[in-house]
Design a protein. Structure first.
Length: 173
């Protein structure tokens, strides 16, 4: 159960303020792609997403992308955004993620992972020992593999909520 408890919770990544990152000493964001940053159908970042990432960078926050999806789409998406990425990350396993973060020279203490799934994103971050912000799904639609995870995610999320384990990012002081 402990490994499924996120550090913070937000409805989506776009609502979190720069001030929050500043206050918590967050210098790097490692963001999940599908249903966190975009729909799994998006082949390229939207104008809104590009603006969002540029604004973070302008304010001194580094943005990295981590997706369990493999192949061309993740590559194209991340390269269009101009940010480092890992595809086929195999979350919740920590091995590839740790290696990627090490290669990128990321300091774990000032890192925040952000993702929409308890089973992959939250579990992985807690295994790595880094902060994790859980979000709701950005759009309603999931890829079929994710739909299976949701069968476990949904009741688990409700339980965490009931027990007061979902700490909203903006109600943290
Ligand atoms: Mg996702």
């Amino acid at each position: 159960m402990k490994k499924f408890i996120p550090t913070y919770y937000a409805k989506n990544v776009y609502e979190v303020s720069l001030d929050f990152y500043r206050k918590h000493g967050i210098k790097t964001l490692l963001i999940d792609l599908d249903n966190t940053l975009a729909s799994y159908r998006d082949r390229e970042p939207s104008a809104e997403t590009i603006k969002f990432v540029r604004n973070l960078e302008t304010n001194g926050i580094r943005v990295l992308l981590a997706s369990n999806n493999s192949g061309k789409r993740v590559k194209r998406y991340a390269e269009t955004l101009g940010i480092p990425y890992i595809a086929g990350a195999r979350k919740p396993l920590a091995y590839k993620m740790r290696k990627f973060l090490k290669n990128e020279g990321v300091d774990f203490n000032s890192l925040l992972m952000i993702g929409d799934q308890l089973l992959t994103d939250v579990f992985c971050a807690n295994t790595l020992g880094v902060k994790i912000m859980l979000t709701d799904k950005l759009v309603n639609e999931d890829q079929w593999t994710t739909r299976i995870n949701r069968l476990i995610d949904r009741p688990l999320r409700k339980r965490l909520q009931r027990k007061g384990k979902l700490k909203e990012w903006n109600q943290n002081d």
